[in-house]
Design a binder for this molecule. Structure first.
Ligand SMILES: [Zn+2]
Ligand SMILES: [Zn+2]
Length: 234
């Protein structure tokens, strides 16, 4: 779907009442009702400096104690009910207009974060081309594009997935790491000394984002930060 059709769809969403994606109550002009929006489980400090995951008393979460290429990570909501339903609609039910909701929330985080707001290039985590053809869009790119517009930071879709990695849902952290190892490559693009902000929809152990960051750092990026819509509690 091109940008024009997306705008038409967003306009129709605005005009035609539909059901809140979380509670099912009728709502118009937005994807979820004000009540559900207020109760989204937002990540509150203290959070891990490496990925933005909530932590109790430590500075880094268990996943970020091993080698990380991410300078700083932030996240918006906890990937647990009811927020996981939003992600499900966004990824698997073609609710691409949710990119607006995620993009706006992440833009607020980026603009208020001392490190993330210094970024000069936004890069979405890529899908494998075959998955993107089947889904019709890369949900991370849609969020990244919203943030780029809201925060006035360039966006470049410069990573590609070289392997169609297996779904990681049932993998432990070590399996996740080896599943994404060498699964990304940089397209022909000069990122020397750029301060990059990686964007994705969901982070679990952080193995995917960390592997993307490794490729960017090894290609000369000055720093890599990350911002994701939803993160597992740990
Ligand atoms: Zn609702
Ligand atoms: Zn962490």
């Amino acid at each position: 779907m091109n940008r024009r059709n997306e705008l038409i769809n967003a306009f129709l969403d605005f005009l035609v009442p539909h059901d809140c994606l979380i509670c099912g109550q009728e709502v118009s002009g937005r994807q979820i009702c004000a009540n559900c929006h207020d109760y989204l489980p937002e990540v509150k400090p203290p959070f891990c400096q490496g990925c933005g995951r909530p932590v109790k008393d430590k500075i880094v979460c268990p996943y970020c104690r091993s080698k990380s290429y991410i300078d700083r990570g932030r996240s918006w909501i906890i990937f647990a009910p009811p927020a996981d339903r939003l992600i499900h609609h966004f990824k698997y039910r073609n609710k691409r207009s949710l990119a607006r909701l995620f993009g706006r929330a992440l833009s607020l985080i980026v603009r208020s974060d001392h490190a993330l707001k210094q970024s000069d290039l936004i890069v979405p985590v890529p899908l494998h081309w075959w998955k993107q053809i089947k889904r019709g869009y890369n949900q991370a790119f849609l969020i990244a594009r919203e943030i780029s517009q809201e925060c006035n930071i360039d966006i470049a879709d410069i990573l590609r997935r070289t392997r169609n990695t297996r779904t990681q849902t049932r993998f432990d952290p070590d399996q996740r790491r080896s599943n994404v190892e060498n699964a990304f490559a940089l397209k022909k693009y000069d990122i020397k000394d750029r301060k990059i902000l990686l964007i994705d929809d969901v982070m679990t152990t952080g193995a995917t984002i960390n592997e993307c960051a490794r490729v960017l750092i090894e290609a000369g990026a000055k720093s890599v930060c990350s911002c994701v819509a939803a993160i597992t509690p740990g």
